[in-house]
Design a binder for this molecule. Sequence first.
Ligand code: GLY
Length: 365
Amino acid sequence: MVQQTIQVGLGERSYPITVGKGLLERIGSALQTAKIAKRYGIISDDRVGVLYGEQIQSVLEQAGIASELILFPHGETSKNLQTIGHLASVLAERSFDRGDALLALGGGVTGDITGFLASIYMRGIPFVQVPTSLLAQVDSSVGGKTGVDISEGKNLIGTFYQPKAVFIDTDVLKTLPAEEFLSGMAEVIKYGASIDADFFNWLGANREAILALEPEVIASMIRRCCEFKALVVEQDEREGGLRRILNFGHTIGHAVEAASGYQLIHGYAVAIGMRAVAELAVRCGYADKEVAAKLEELLRQYRLPTEIPSGLDRDVLRRYLQADKKTIGGRVFFVLPEAIGKVRITDQVQDADLDAVLAGGTSEG
Ligand code: GLY
């Protein structure tokens, strides 16, 4: 398999996701054919941009496409309105207009920032996603959620704005730190646990090949995830219902992440959150203990944490849960597993059950 394409079907906002080994080398001709813009602003952070920025620029140049590389400091702390203002000024200084486009080169933070900037600069210019972390490749680069953080919470400012194309080069995972790869695996496991039991079992059976980054296996894993994501987004682009299943593990996960002062990386917090909601589902009588045990086992096989760190202040955790943007009318909605590959969305959770799970109790109570 050299490369494969999955289509996200959203009417006139439809776009292709191309997954392939060594795709960065072919991105120039792909963009030339797509005729999206005459010039690209490549937005990247000071780590990924240094690794791949020049390579992309020269590939674009060979295809006759002009580009400017614009870097910002790496990390979640850059995901704010100041960075957006700064990048917008750089674009304006360099005379970017509606005939130009942005190219997000990096992980989730870069994709979210670039997508948001593209959605508001000159009331919207096109952008493409070139995700370089596993998390961005399997989740955040697809589906059009963009945004930045404010001190009151993560992603509280943002837009739904679809990219024109997503290019996923599996080779870039070789330079991804191991911890970041495992963090992405939490989002991969999320699809299996919440949508597809066969995929969940496949992840268990192919663990060694996946952890060894075997190209064919990694490419099919990413392709499957993009197919799941496309299917959900096509049915519920703006998260009116179904798309909420993609928040499996994220309600408690985000609270754990925030309560840790963002010391815990996102996927680790999601892994803890998935294990916690499985426990909650067992306590609420929606799932058998076996469901929670299977999920915990797979998370452990991928060296992901499953326990809420004992040092985290439970009151702080509860406050973050209440403040989560998935709270509607003061009620917190949870995505609870009923079986592997099947979830229900509910706010019908007793405080005592939630308290027990947050305290780290087991269903034997
Ligand atoms: N990452 C969840 C979503 O895109 O809806």
